[in-house]
Design a protein around this ligand. Structure first.
Ligand code: CP
Ligand code: NVA
Length: 305
């Protein structure tokens, strides 16, 4: 039997994602009404973190417990993972003792190697290249507030990072356009974008990228693992802050999103992130609900009720 993994957004079809969103609505609604839903009793999720996290850990751990299962946290510091045990060996052992694994790590090749030797589904909880669970939450949040995202324009202002490359994969699957404005030296790598480059429009001027957009979104200028470049990046990105003037050229009902954690005064002004167009708290909460739908899908299978 082939095991389904969610290592990058395009591992799932549009139909799979639409099913997840349908289940997210049901699971979220039941949860809000305090209805117990325990399809994962006696099942275990192992969460492996090689980078810091607040939202990802909390949403996976609380989410799997809410589904009736047990979540086990491992990090590099306190396990053999940081002491040179081969990823392939760790995958063989860990996947014999649990039902699903979530990994946050550095290179995408690490989770690919883990998945190749795993007996159970593996979920990408962020790598240097992609952050697919976050884009599930972002798209779901957009749809909740504004309806279908197909045909819409998402403006990405700032670093061409794991979030942007995942947005591009989502755009290809759901037929929307991503306007991107990044400073010289930090622009999209066409090899990373692959065929999703057809959904991308690049702009030198961030104001032009935001113009008419239905969603304006950004992320930290220095992602985890790139801390040594922080000073240089602060200088390079200085003109790429999402501020009220930039939101002013977007569509009148444009939303603002940020995966968090945010740096007010750097990639976004306090006025925007704390303002009326910002949906960052809904976006963060929806990590919980979309990932419960994802865990249900990978552990239990296609549920329809
Ligand atoms: N957005 C996100 O993944 O947050 P954490 O780094 O806190 O998990
Ligand atoms: N691009 C950021 C996202 C953090 C959730 C990082 O990789 O650090």
């Amino acid at each position: 039997m082939t095991i389904r993994h969610f290592l990058q957004f395009k591992d799932f079809s549009r139909q799979d994602i639409e099913h997840l969103f349908k289940r997210t609505r049901v699971i979220k609604d039941r949860f809000k009404r305090y209805q117990t839903y325990h399809p994962c009793v006696d099942r275990s999720l192992v969460m492996i973190f090689e980078k810091a996290s607040t939202r990802t850990r909390l949403s996976f751990e609380a989410g799997f417990q809410q589904l009736g299962g047990t979540a086990i946290y491992l990090n590099t510091r306190d396990s053999q993972l940081g002491r040179g045990e081969p990823v392939e060996d760790a995958a063989q052992v860990i996947s014999r003792m649990c039902d699903v694994v979530m990994i946050r790590t550095f290179e995408q090749t690490i989770i690919e190697r883990f998945a190749a030797h795993s007996r159970v589904p593996v979920i990408n909880g962020l790598t240097n290249e992609y952050h697919p669970c976050q884009i599930l939450a972002d798209m779901y949040t957009f749809i909740e507030h504004r309806g279908s995202i197909s045909g819409k324009t998402v403006a990405w202002i700032g670093d061409s990072n794991n979030m942007l490359y995942t947005w591009l994969q989502a755009a290809e699957l759901f037929d929307f356009t991503v306007h991107v404005s990044s400073p010289p030296g930090y622009q999209v790598d066409p090899a990373m974008a692959g065929s999703s480059i057809r959904c991308l429009r690049s702009f030198d001027d961030p104001m032009a990228a935001a113009s008419g957009a239905h969603l304006v979104t950004t992320d930290v200028w220095t992602s985890m693992g790139f801390e040594a470049e922080n000073e240089e990046r602060l200088r390079a990105f200085a003109d790429y802050q999402v501020d009220a003037e930039m939101m002013g050229v977007a569509a009148p009902d444009a939303l603002f999103m940020h995966c968090l954690p945010a740096h007010r005064g750097e990639e976004v002004s306090a006025e925007v992130i704390d303002g009326p167009q910002s949906v960052v708290w809904d976006e963060a909460e929806n990590r919980l609900h979309v990932q419960k739908a994802l865990l249900e899908y990978l552990v239990v299978g296609h549920v329809d009720d």
